[in-house]
Ligand binder design. Structure first.
Ligand code: ZN
Length: 286
């Protein structure tokens, strides 16, 4: 199993590097912000998946971290409600997220970091393959170039459409079973708080995030679709570590500014041109 993963990795990285030429300087800021916001949106949805699973006692089979990844990925690939900026914006976020996972894996490998086999999260390269497979499975016609770009093995490629269909069925079940009914009263509110950023980078990214407004919109959707039993607090703050977590005892979702800084640092490796080529010629979703 391990040998196979490594075999796949060594193909993935050079394949993605094909599209790694830097964006033009004039587009660099926009590309950086999109990469950071895309990854941050995924992280926020992942943590909200934990919140809903815990709040509603959602029965899940398999690791909760994997379930949260599937929920977050599907909400980007197949939004429940079309976001303000359109579904294309969420597809770009999904591609940025996939890119982020493979860059994190690549950097850890190059630094000789230990592979966290026993971690509760899947390995970053597996989280990358989950997002990539669901994306491809959502519309194999539109994303026909994706498997070759990431050297997805044919067996996984063939299973992606059914993997996507099963995930879509499960997401529908989650919302139908635990979501707010049309006559249900609204649940408790969410307080959103931004503390002082610790660096100029995180200050600039916070300004971009607040201008984008995805955090407020995401919590608005949460309140719309799920009735919270008790109030929840979201806080973005300096923690000393690049992390985000739902803390059930404190009913607080913490998003650390250091995670934004990390994504900004990683964005120099992002594969903007590969993402652009992937999203050309939109085709109807399947
Ligand atoms: Zn998690």
């Amino acid at each position: 199993m391990i040998t196979r993963f490594f075999a796949v990795i060594f193909f993935i990285i050079p394949a993605l590097s094909v599209g790694s030429a830097c964006a033009q300087p004039a587009n660099r800021t926009r590309a950086l912000e999109e990469f950071v916001i895309g990854n941050a949106q995924f992280v926020l949805l992942h943590e909200l998946a934990h919140l809903v699973i815990n709040e509603k006692n959602v029965p899940i089979l398999g690791p909760e971290e994997s379930a949260a990844d599937y929920i977050a990925s599907m909400l980007l690939v197949r939004p429940v409600v079309t976001p303000q900026a359109g579904t294309e914006a969420f597809l770009r976020f999904a591609l940025s997220t996939a890119d982020g996972f493979v860059i994190a894996w690549q950097r850890a490998q190059s630094m000789g970091a230990a592979v966290p086999y026993w971690g509760s999260h899947s390995l970053n390269v597996q989280r990358f393959s989950t997002v990539a497979c669901l994306l491809y499975g959502s519309n194999p016609v539109r994303f026909s170039t994706l498997p070759a770009l990431v050297q997805m093995p044919p067996a996984r490629m063939r299973s992606c459409p059914s993997e996507y269909q099963k995930a879509a069925y499960s997401i529908d079940w989650l919302f139908e079973t635990f979501g707010r009914g049309s006559d249900d009263p609204p649940g408790e509110p969410v307080e959103i708080r931004y503390e002082q950023p610790p660096s100029l980078t995180s200050l600039r990214l916070l300004q971009a995030i607040q201008k984008h407004g995805f955090i407020e919109r995401t919590f608005g959707r949460l309140n719309e679709f799920f009735a919270l039993d008790e109030p929840v607090t979201f806080v973005m703050r300096a923690c000393g570590d690049p992390q985000a977590a739902w803390l059930p005892d404190e009913r607080t979702l913490v998003f650390c500014y250091e995670l934004l800084d990390t994504y900004a640092f990683m964005s120099s490796d992002q594969h903007t041109e590969a993402i652009e080529s992937m999203l050309q010629s939109p085709q109807p979703a399947q």
